[in-house]
Write a protein that binds this ligand. Structure first.
Ligand code: TRP
Length: 328
């Protein structure tokens, strides 16, 4: 099959993935695999810009890739690898940094945000973060980059750097297009903040049915509904919103919503049903995960093969880049 083009996406190694990761990124990565030639990267170097616990990089990479593969990302279809295993990206980063005006970097909202978050660690790598991201995308000649809203400024930046490089040195690099992923904002157990591991308001996709049940029982529902006899508002209930995604029975969540509005079902009862459905929906992922866990080396073998394949593309790009720039 002729593919539509090349997709590149990177994700920081955050360890075990949660429902927000699954619905916001992973499912999309899986879906793109048949239509595009996909390159998926664990951006461990990017993680160094903000990470204190660098000793966790290895296990976080392993756990994240394990979840990726369990969810259907397929090394036979896509290149799945670790950023630092193909060091050419750091070379391209250096070359691209020479066509990057400092002002562009310091004005990026993402940089300003990081400065606010970690005022005691405003390192040079943090400023150069978008240059490294541009190097990722350009090195693998991606024309399509699936991103969420928050990464749009970085993608725009990448396009500008690619244009500047090409106008100075010739048409060598590919200008990528963002592919905005229309995913609902998945809220955490608190129902207020976006689901995130750092807020500990998440449900892991590898969670056991018991763990799922435990987490779901702590979920915040309609805060105005105080008693079982009060009518509830399912539209603002996070249990209902997530249940609509993971329900196993067509029409069932409409029934529950109706019952909720008339105090015909209680939050506890609804949570039990949602937890059961979620555990069932995630069962195939858990089974595949267990399968991979039987051979821990397999993940590293897959990543080594991915790095080899990514390295071939990288070598070709770097050959052309160096020649265009005039490096002897
Ligand atoms: N900056 C991205 C994030 O924080 C991760 C990333 C690094 C990336 N390189 C990339 C995303 C290249 C898309 C393409 O999520």
């Amino acid at each position: 099959m002729v593919k539509k083009g090349r997709v590149f996406s990177g994700a920081r190694p955050t360890g075990r993935q949660h429902l927000g990761n699954l619905l916001g990124a992973i499912q999309n990565y899986v879906a793109l695999q048949d239509e595009y030639d996909c390159v998926y990267c664990v951006v461990d170097l990017h993680a160094l810009t903000t990470l204190q616990d660098t000793h966790l990089l290895r296990s976080n990479t392993y756990e994240m890739v394990l979840d990726w593969l369990s969810a259907g990302m397929d090394p036979d279809k896509s290149i799945i690898f670790v950023q630092s295993h193909v060091p050419q990206v750091t070379e391209l980063h250096t070359i691209l940094s020479m066509v990057t005006p400092m002002g562009w970097l310091s004005r990026l909202p993402t940089f300003k945000e990081k400065v606010r978050q970690q005022p005691d660690n405003v390192n040079y790598g943090l400023l150069g973060y978008p240059v490294l991201m541009a190097a990722d995308i350009a090195l693998y000649r991606a024309d399509t980059v699936p991103v969420g809203e928050d990464q749009v400024p970085h993608l725009e930046f990448t396009r500008e750097i690619v244009r500047r490089f090409n106008s100075q040195f010739g048409q060598v690099l590919v200008e990528p297009q963002p592919k905005l992923t229309a995913t609902p904002r998945i809220m955490g157990l608190d129902g207020v903040h976006k689901m995130s591991k750092s807020l500990d308001n998440h449900i892991e996709i590898a969670a056991t049915p018991e763990e799922i049940q435990k987490r779901v029982m702590t979920m915040v529902t309609d805060p105005a509904r105080r008693y079982r006899s009060d009518p509830g508002n399912p539209d603002i209930c996070n249990v209902h919103i997530l249940h609509q995604i993971f329900s196993r029975t067509p029409g069932r969540t409409d029934e529950i919503a109706h019952a909720c509005r008339h105090a015909g079902i209680g939050c506890v009862e609804h949570k039990r049903e949602f937890a059961r459905d979620l555990a069932e929906a995630l069962a195939p992922l858990r089974e595949r995960r267990a399968e991979f866990e039987r051979d821990p080396d397999r993940i590293w073998d897959i990543l080594a093969d991915g790095a080899r394949r990514a390295g071939e593309i990288a070598d070709q790009t770097m050959g052309e880049v160096k020649e265009a720039v005039g490096l002897p």
